[in-house]
Design a protein around this ligand. Structure first.
Ligand code: GLA
Length: 390
């Protein structure tokens, strides 16, 4: 595989360098960063070998690293108020590390499982990707660390290979059975484009995101979800049971034209899952066609249909995300939907630039009236994937 991570945008005086110095009393060898993401459309399709269309957001996680000659890992986070976490590389095993440090340890563990001779290091991390907001803060952390190790140790892994290392870290070490979308988005997205990814063969295409006068308003409801709590794993298992019952490898193999007949053959509790996955894959293809045809406004109804499907069929929405999506639309958004795994997290709304302020105000008022926490909002611009900063 070609396309190795390449150093660009280097700033030797990066603030993370100074933080590293004050924590560890020495200079880092470099600073790397990887972004969070929003997903335009294609939710809960990635573990069904389906299509996704994420874009990287400007918020990212930075990691400053200096390798050590022993096998000690000293980890420090600007966001966690605690002391430096110290671990022995040789002792790393799934379940052995808790808290934020497990995502870093997981990547070191996964690289070693793949046969790379990774030793100790001092790492300092800093992030402005909100945690638990459905914006892939854990993938950003994993991908920043994987990119740093790849460069520092001359591993020569491609972006796709690094995404797979990060996914393995999350699946096997952290214990979350996620698909590959978040890690691929963090590694492979480029500025001004969404990543049209086929999660079956990991083939991808950058789809230019020419939104004209439209903007993507992100509404973080600040309701925290926890994908490790079993609900995600249950949904995934339901999809696998349905595929088996239908005699297909994965739900990706079910064409829209065969949906009605397939639903008839399934037990009632599996039908909504299958309906969501099949219609969602079709929505991704429609969205790509609309963007390619220069019709970004056409995305509105697709986002809205995607939200209804996640709310009514897949049932991963919640009152706060439903309220944010409905209020944004009532206030003039062309479409809105929850993004990410669900059970809280963020909503994206497609809004004409001149209406961003009024849609935002409408959502904040509706949340205040309903007694919910005040959401955080920002306008997402499609940003670059993982990269070296210094
Ligand atoms: C989480 C997972 C992804 C994907 C989404 C739902 O973000 O990490 O792999 O399954 O949920 O689309």
């Amino acid at each position: 595989m070609a396309e190795h991570t390449s150093p660009h945008e280097r700033h030797p005086e990066h603030p993370v360098t100074h933080h590293f110095q004050s924590v560890f009393g020495t200079e880092p060898e470099g600073v790397w960063a990887a972004p969070g993401r929003i997903n335009l459309i294609g939710e809960h399709t990635d573990y069904n070998d389906g299509f996704v269309l994420p874009l990287a957001i400007p918020q990212h996680t930075s990691v400053a690293v200096r390798r050590r000659s022993d096998d000690l890992l000293r980890l420090h986070s600007r966001q966690a108020d605690g002391p430096t976490v110290e671990l022995r590389v040789a002792d790393l095993a799934p379940g052995s590390v808790t808290g934020w440090a497990k995502y870093l340890a997981a990547v070191v563990w996964a690289l070693r499982e793949d046969g790379h001779l990774i030793g100790g290091a001092d790492l300092h991390i800093d992030s402005d990707v909100p945690a638990g907001a459905g914006l892939s803060s854990s993938a950003a952390l994993e991908c920043a660390v994987a990119t740093a190790y790849n460069d520092l140790n001359g591993l020569g892994l491609s972006r796709t290979e690094l995404a797979l290392v990060a996914q393995r870290a999350e699946n096997e070490f952290v214990g979350v059975p996620c698909g590959v979308m978040d890690q691929m988005a963090s590694m492979c997205c480029t500025a001004d484009a969404a990543l049209f990814l086929d999660t079956r063969d990991l083939g991808s295409r950058q789809v230019p995101l020419a939104l004209d006068g439209l903007r993507l308003l992100v509404i973080d409801t600040r309701v925290k979800h926890d994908l490790a709590d079993g609900a995600y794993a249950k949904l995934r298992a339901g999809c696998e049971r349905a595929a088996e019952a239908l005699g297909v490898l994965t739900l990706r193999d079910l064409p829209s034209s065969g949906l009605a007949e397939a639903l008839d053959r399934l037990p009632a509790e599996l039908r909504p899952l299958v309906r969501h996955v099949v219609t969602e894959n079709a929505r991704v293809e429609q969205a790509v066609a609309l963007l390619s045809a220069g019709d970004p406004a056409g995305l509105g109804p697709i986002l809205t249909a995607g939200h209804a499907s996640l709310r009514d069929d897949y049932r991963v929405s919640c009152p706060e995300t439903d309220l944010a999506a409905a209020t944004a639309e009532a206030a003039g958004a062309l479409g809105a939907r929850m993004t990410g795994g669900g059970f809280g997290g963020s909503v994206i709304a497609l809004v004409s630039e001149v209406m961003v302020g009024s849609v935002r105000e409408a959502v904040l008022s509706a949340f205040a009236r309903a007694g919910h926490r005040t959401p955080r909002t920002f306008v997402a611009t499609a940003s670059a994937g993982a990269r070296r900063l210094a």
